[in-house]
Ligand binder design. Structure first.
Ligand code: C2E
Ligand code: CA
Ligand code: CA
Length: 597
């Protein structure tokens, strides 16, 4: 509905009409009439209701109740209200609803008061009795003023929004790198400061990681900016994929990258992150037509271990980075030497875990020979770690770590399974080899170790009579009762139990008698003594052991046999089996067949 009116020269409305239009009806502006005289209210409401939606209140209290609920363009208020003066109403409306315009209505006697009301915040006043044209002029002007106020408010809002947007754009330019759109050093430092503050109230750590790609500087200087930028963008996109959570920030520091990792529990997460990044750069990147392999160096600092604030964190991470660059293709934590050691340990733990997942372990087998016939009767399984990074690692260099970290359990399981499997394969080929496995104390003392062994036997179908377990005395002494119990059960399955490195440890025959043993392996250090000419003590020791062992119905195996001389002596003293380089070094099962020949 559209409202049309005509005015005469004095501005009086002389004609009203309205049209119904196709366009949806626009809500009429609201006017609040506040007067305790009913007649006045209905007069005003009749007069104004074509153009406005009129609501009526007969007291200030009711008026403010309505004002609270709805938006009014105008308030038309009597000066004399039962509960409050129109001056106060005008004042409060202005304070509370700045776009609502107040016109006060005054009687003959309170004209002065009306002026006062205007001083305080009313826009205009009208006198009673009303002159229609005065009244409508006043209301029209008040409404125009209202429209002006609303317009001004909207404009201000618009300006503020625009300003915010512009500030954001400028901030972005100031805080982000335009090539990669990554945060720059300023923003990184700011976020790092915040992260450190937050970490002070939690048990979490904050890691600052600086990553330098050796080849990037060369690409920039040898191939130019075009190639350098392209390489950097590709590098960033690969690294970004490895940044998994929103608590990690990747930033650009010139030719280097920086990562902020907060809310993490332990350093291990940092190592894992770096390893993921290393992994992601394994394949060379393609820059235009060039394929370029990238290698990284990284330096890490940890709050609260080695810094107190963002600047220190960055400084220490970059010191660690420099050190890493010296060593080449590696990553280092910034720390004193002492903590470096424990972190190396951690590094080792992560690598060991990875080795298990990636099947980097190998089992090598070394032949055991029956001395009387010089025939191969068995093999000892010896684990090796074929690390793609560090090369072939011998068990003495990682088994102690594995034991400290508990990883010996899954590694030990892997050894048992694969040894059993290999034993079964040989048996199927008609080679009834007894195969021995080395057990760690941690394995033997595991609660369900026996059940586990049973399940591996079932799984692989190996004949338990072909299996030998080698344990050292120190292993048995860790938990003698439990060890003896478990060994008994294993022996009942048919598995043979041998004491490894015999002679280097406790060596009490009285004690050995109580254990369900099948044999002893004389430590290779005694064999070494044998080869030292005219040293009789080594030979005496072996003679004594063999005699005592045979009395206890134990077989004796000599390990570390390297020479014919040693072999002959062992044959003379009736030692049962021998193992050593003289017959063969530990080899992969595929190569073991060479020994039959
Ligand atoms: P070990 O049980 O005493 O194994 C014999 C070690 O002597 C093996 O070293 C073997 O390669 C080496 N050896 C064999 N013949 C000769 C020889 O004629 N001369 C000399 N000088 N050495 C010889 P390896 O393979 O480095 O293993 C070292 C130790 O690591 C083993 O000592 C064993 O205690 C442990 N180990 C190996 N594999 C495992 C495993 O799967 N589990 C556990 N828990 N420990 C293992
Ligand atoms: Ca052994
Ligand atoms: Ca040994």
């Amino acid at each position: 509905m559209f409202f049309h009116y005509q005015k005469n020269q004095e501005g009086m409305i002389t004609d009203f009409s309205y049209t119904l239009s196709e366009t949806p009806e626009k809500a009429k502006p609201k006017i609040l009439i506040v007067d305790d005289e009913e007649a006045i209210c209905s007069f005003l409401s009749d007069l104004l209701s074509d153009e406005y939606e009129c609501l009526i209140a007969d007291s200030a209290k009711k008026a403010f109740n309505l004002l609270e609920k709805e938006d009014f363009a105008l308030v038309l208020s009597d000066i004399n209200l039962p509960d409050e003066s129109g001056i106060q109403v005008a004042k409060r409306v202005r304070e509370l609803y700045p776009e609502t315009v107040v016109v006060v209505i005054s009687g003959q006697g309170d004209f002065e008061t009306a002026i006062e009301a205007m001083r305080i915040g009313a826009f205009d006043y009208v006198k009673k009795p009303f002159e229609i044209d005065n009244l409508s002029n006043s209301i029209r002007r008040a409404f125009e003023h209202h429209c002006f106020l609303v317009g001004r408010r909207d404009y201000e809002k618009h300006i503020i929004k625009l300003l915010e947007k512009r500030t954001e754009q400028i901030d972005h330019l100031f805080l982000y790198d335009s090539l990669t759109n990554l945060p720059n050093r300023i923003l990184f430092e700011d976020r790092l400061t915040q992260a450190i503050e937050q970490a002070k109230h939690s048990k979490k750590i904050v890691a600052t990681i600086l990553i330098s790609v050796k080849q990037l500087k060369q690409i920039y200087s040898n191939l130019g900016t075009k190639y350098g930028d392209a390489a950097l963008i590709e590098l960033v996109s690969r690294v970004k994929e490895q940044i998994l959570s929103s608590t990690e920030t990747l930033a650009r520091f010139d030719h280097d990258l920086a990562i902020l990792a907060s809310f993490i529990e332990k350093e291990q997460k940092v190592i894992e992150l770096i390893e993921r990044i290393e992994q992601s750069l394994k394949n060379p990147i393609k820059v235009y037509d060039e394929e370029i392999a990238l290698t990284i160096n990284a330096g890490i600092s940890i709050f609260p271990n080695d810094c107190n604030n963002a600047q220190e964190a960055i400084r220490n991470a970059s010191a660690a980075l420099e050190k890493a660059k010296e060593e080449g293709n590696t990553w280092l934590f910034f720390t004193s030497d002492l903590t470096q050691k424990s972190l190396n340990r951690l590094k080792m733990e992560v690598s060991l875990r990875r080795a298990l997942e990636n099947e980097e372990f190998e089992l090598h087998f070394q032949p055991k020979v029956e001395i009387a016939t010089r025939k191969i009767v068995g093999a000892e399984a010896l684990i090796r770690w074929n690390s793609p990074k560090m090369g072939m690692i011998l068990p003495t260099d990682f088994i102690p770590f594995a034991e400290e970290t508990g990883l010996i359990i899954p590694i030990g399981d892997w050894v048992l399974r694969n040894t059993f499997r290999q034993c079964k394969i040989w048996a199927e080929k008609g080679k009834q080899l007894s195969v021995s496995v080395n057990l760690s104390a941690y394995q033997l003392n595991e609660k369900n170790f026996y059940e586990k062994v049973v399940s591996f036997i079932e799984e692989t179908g190996v004949d338990p009579k072909l299996l030998e377990f080698e344990v050292t005395e120190s292993v048995l002494l860790k938990n003698p009762e439990l060890s003896a119990q478990t060994l008994k059960k294993l022996k009942n399955l048919g598995i043979k139990i041998l004491i490894d490195d015999f002679g280097t440890g406790y060596s009490s025959f009285a004690y050995l008698k109580k254990l369900p043993l099948d044999g002893l392996k004389i430590d290779k250090s005694f064999l070494h003594d044998l080869s030292v000419a005219d040293d009789q003590s080594g030979a005496d020791f072996i003679v004594a052991i063999v005699t005592l062992a045979h009395n206890l119905r134990l077989k004796v195996v000599a390990e570390g046999v390297e020479t014919e001389e040693q072999f002959n002596l062992l044959r003379l003293v009736k030692c049962d089996e021998a193992q050593g380089y003289l017959f063969g070094k530990p080899v992969l099962p595929e190569m073991f067949a060479n020994f039959w020949k």
